[in-house]
Design a binder for this molecule. Structure first.
Ligand code: PLP
Length: 452
């Protein structure tokens, strides 16, 4: 007797016990399966489909581009589409983040940031002992081994621990569960930032190359963000100890939070900014690692002139062209502004959900909103693993035709249930109303089962 369902095709899926509906068509915020069911994509896949699904303009452009040119390798050739896309991204990025290194996704992009930081110090100083990257618990930076070494999610790391680089980790800015029991978010943000300086001192600044942080936390503790003071302090600490600041905008970048990049909420200029997902809104796999002038010039102009790195599909003209088209549409349709407007509207509506006992914390920026669920609102006690709240809720919403992004482990790496709400940035007010209605039905049904 096997433990899980028998395979019914040749795909090595992520979960053998999930019955995968077969999607045959998509449009805007909707997905349609082969049984005629319609689903609202309330999380844009995995916070990717920023301009909505099956955009005809992107499809027509892709056909035209593909008929003209499909692949060149960035070691030999350049193409207009590659240069124009880099220029556009450099215009969007703050400060002197002017140099765009293309990749095929988020994990590749965060791993690239590690190597970029390391090579910068070696080229600058000749020999350098700086190599460690400080990251955080309750963070996600990707699943490849370098990215996973920075990721602070025990459940994802556990069985691969032998392969991982032992990077230092500090606690996340996580006001709702701040260990100092501070009421004031400014104070908990200050305490969280102070931990960076303490960790640098513990390891010695001469051994630290960079600190990496998400500006608004994604899947690990969705929607969690600090007060501005946190990033003011972090920027100063990094400068003081000659440590690069890497900001991971793989999820938050390209408009998701109501700003083109979430660093704008804090007037923050990192040394390296990493993005992916919304960069092409899912129309092609692409990501990027953006370096500032200092890093680029040290390696490429005044140094060896070669970044010792590279991937076959990095900087292919097709993906670059499609990403540029997506940016053009995002700009023309004011989707970043819409993310702010609809995000505020949804956040306002969500406040009424606190009447359900299971609601712990609702937080986020723009259309990147997290809801954390608890057994007890007063004590913040999480649900036990056996209850599997996040799956119950995901299934209840699924029944209503709403897809939400479930996750867990934010309390101690194991316990804690949350969902991420992140519909396409093209979502309308009326569609937000429907999303809310379906979400409330899902939450109420699980809440009633557990508390009545
Ligand atoms: N960084 C962040 C903040 C992410 O949210 C993700 C993916 O969810 C990644 C990195 C990894 O990106 P990818 O799944 O494209 O490898």
């Amino acid at each position: 007797m096997s433990k899980n369902s028998a395979p019914n095709n040749n795909v090595f899926y992520r979960n053998q016990n999930w019955r995968y509906p077969k999607i045959v068509k998509a449009e805007g915020i909707y997905l349609f399966d082969d049984k005629g069911n319609r689903y609202i994509d309330g999380c844009s896949g995995s916070v990717v489909a920023n301009i909505g699904h099956a955009n005809k303009e992107v499809a027509a452009y892709t056909k035209e581009l593909m008929e003209r040119i499909s692949f060149t390798h960035l070691s030999r050739w350049t193409v207009d589409e590659i240069e124009k896309t880099a220029k556009k991204i450099a215009e969007y990025a703050p400060g002197d983040l002017n140099h765009v290194y293309f990749l095929s996704g988020g994990s590749e992009a965060t791993e690239t940031a590690i190597k970029m930081a390391r090579q910068y110090f070696v080229e600058r100083d000749g020999v350098s002992s700086k190599w460690k990257i400080i990251s955080k618990w309750n963070s996600y930076h990707g699943n490849t081994l370098g990215a996973l070494s920075m990721t602070g999610l025990s459940s994802r790391r556990k069985i691969y621990d032998n392969y991982l680089i032992n990077f230092p980790k500090i606690d996340q800015f996580y006001h709702y569960r701040n260990k100092w029991n501070l009421e004031d978010k400014v104070e908990s943000s200050i305490k969280a930032a102070e931990e960076l300086e303490q960790e640098i001192k513990r390891h010695g600044a001469e051994n630290i190359a960079a600190f990496i942080s998400e500006p608004v936390v994604g899947s690990a503790a969705p929607g969690v963000y600090p007060e501005k003071i946190y990033f003011d302090m972090v920027r100063d600490i990094c400068n003081k100890y000659d440590i690069l600041l890497i900001i991971d905008e793989v999820m938050s970048g390209f408009g998701r939070t109501g700003e083109i990049f979430a660093v704008n909420h804090y007037d923050l200029i990192p040394d390296i900014l990493v993005a992916a997902k919304g960069m092409s809104a899912g129309y092609t796999p692409i990501g990027c690692t953006i370096a500032n002038d200092e890093i680029f010039n040290t390696i490429m102009v005044n140094g060896s002139g070669h970044f010792i790195h590279g991937h076959t599909y990095a900087g292919n003209p097709l993906s670059c062209g499609i990403a540029l088209k997506v940016m053009e549409i995002t700009e023309r349709e004011n989707y970043v502004e819409n993310a702010k407007k609809q995000g505020n509207y949804l956040m306002e509506k969500l406040q009424s959900l606190y009447k359900y006992e299971c609601i712990g914390d609702i937080r986020g920026k723009g259309l990147m909103i997290g809801i954390e669920f608890v057994q007890n609102q007063k004590t913040k006690e999480p649900f036990s693993k056996e209850i599997n709240f996040k799956t119950l809720l995901m299934e209840a919403c699924f029944k209503e035709g709403l897809i939400v992004y479930p996750g867990g482990g934010s309390v101690d790496g194991n316990l804690g249930d949350h969902i991420l709400l992140a519909p396409p940035l093209s979502v309308s007010k009326e569609e937000i109303d429907v999303i809310f209605e379906k979400l409330e039905i899902g939450i109420k049904s699980v809440n009633d089962k557990l508390f009545r």
